[in-house]
Design a protein around this ligand. Structure first.
Ligand code: GLA
Length: 400
């Protein structure tokens, strides 16, 4: 077997793939996320103040901006929509969301999918009502509204874990997350199931087993370069847990938000998320989006790297000081390559072909410039902008 793999990769000229995880975990039961989910979530821009009108406008803008056509399908309301339970325990939205079913219908009417947020604890992180003790009832309520995506955030469930052994904590989280998975399954409605436990309990090891399609593997992202790089780099080593149907989630995009509003940083953010096969959930104010932000979010060649059907999560294959080299093998046998400059001034850099498993002269295409570079070898110099990236597709069929 080993010999066969080696000669196959040598033929492809991609010997580095030998160390890529060859057998991703078995896919989860539902077929809701064969590629990383793409959409928009209210939290990063609107926080808990989000209203039904904000969500309606986001749906309008997703379509008008071309983002929906580019693949962003899920419109997800994060924390802040919940009101209280009635005498029968049924959870109702608060006054900012007068008619959730009508809102879901509106989103569906635009050809989009509708997502919502809850917690396995009594309270969400924003202090709103959680699903603890009402899992089956809430799953039915959500299905009745037409929910297609649930973000299920640990939040106050953490207080139940206090004083417990690590093994017990993990078992309790697994049971809580499995409970909602089973409740969603029982509704018969296909729902993308997104866990949010910030990496607690090594969630990547068991997320797929409890029915999740994606799981947050880091603390919350903030709109800044350092936070974005921290979350990207924390994915290193988690490659084997991602694959079609089940994804590591380094958190939502900050592209277009204040603090992440320099196009070079935005391109680095987008390139790394694409290389990592990360869910692409935009979190900006779509109505106020600049042309630059829009083109970063919708570049079809970069999105194709993220959405590649092979579903391999890329990784950092080389680093020297401030320069990092990331790579991700694609279904067509080519390699997506990100050359990242973490300095605050431009840098000339070359590719370490050995680390990439490449040799000689290789066809390459620049995915941000959308330009064929022809054959390049290890001496080819790239001018990488401050906090910027060069994103390439390399290999036999990389050029157009
Ligand atoms: C946590 C999550 C965030 C967001 C907030 C909402 O911090 O990690 O993504 O959902 O809760 O309160």
């Amino acid at each position: 077997m080993r010999k066969r793999q080696r000669s196959m990769f040598r033929r492809l000229g991609l010997s580095c793939l030998l160390i890529w995880p060859l057998f991703a975990m078995a896919a989860t039961a539902n077929n809701a996320a064969p590629t990383p989910p793409m959409g928009w979530n209210s939290w990063n821009h609107f926080g808990a103040k989000v209203t039904a009108d904000d969500v309606r406008h986001a749906a309008d803008e997703l379509v008008a901006s071309g983002m929906a056509a580019a693949g962003y399908r899920y419109v997800i309301i994060d924390d802040g929509w919940q009101g209280s339970r009635d005498a029968n325990g049924v959870l109702h939205p608060n006054a900012k969301f007068p008619d959730m079913k009508a809102l879901a219908d509106y989103v569906h009417g635009k050809g989009l999918k509708f997502g919502i947020y809850s917690s396995p604890g009594e309270h969400t992180c924003g202090g709103f009502t959680g699903s603890y003790g009402h899992e089956a009832q809430d799953a039915k309520t959500f299905a009745g509204w037409g929910v297609d995506y649930l973000k299920y955030d640990l939040c106050s469930f953490r207080t139940r874990l206090k004083g417990k052994s690590l093994a017990d904590q993990t078992a309790m989280m697994q049971a809580a997350y499995r409970k909602m998975h089973e409740a969603l399954e029982a509704t018969g409605r296909p729902v993308v199931y997104a866990l949010c436990s910030y990496g607690w309990g090594r969630v990547w090891e068991w997320g797929a087993e409890v029915g999740a399609n994606l799981w947050r593997s880091t603390i919350d992202i903030e709109p800044g370069y350092q936070s974005m790089m921290f979350n990207a780099q924390a994915q290193q080593g988690l490659e084997r847990w991602a694959g079609p149907g089940h994804w590591n989630d380094p958190d939502m995009l900050e592209i277009g938000n204040q603090g992440m509003d320099n196009p070079d940083m935005e391109r680095t953010h987008m390139s790394l998320w694409a290389l990592l096969a990360a869910p692409l959930i935009a979190g900006n104010d779509l109505a106020a989006m600049s042309g630059d932000t829009r083109s970063v979010l919708t570049n079809p060649e970069v999105l194709a790297v993220d959405q590649d059907s092979r579903g391999a999560q890329g990784r950092r294959v080389w680093q020297e000081g401030p320069v990092q080299l990331w790579a991700k093998p694609l279904a067509d046998g080519t390699l997506a390559v990100g050359l990242v400059n973490t300095l605050d001034h431009p840098l000339d850099a070359t590719l370490d072909f050995k680390a990439l498993g490449l040799a000689g002269a290789v066809p390459a295409r620049d995915l941000w410039q959308r330009r064929d570079l022809g054959l390049i070898d290890a001496t080819h110099t790239f001018d990488v902008p401050a906090f910027g990236v060069v994103l390439l597709k390399m290999g036999k069929s990389a050029t157009h």
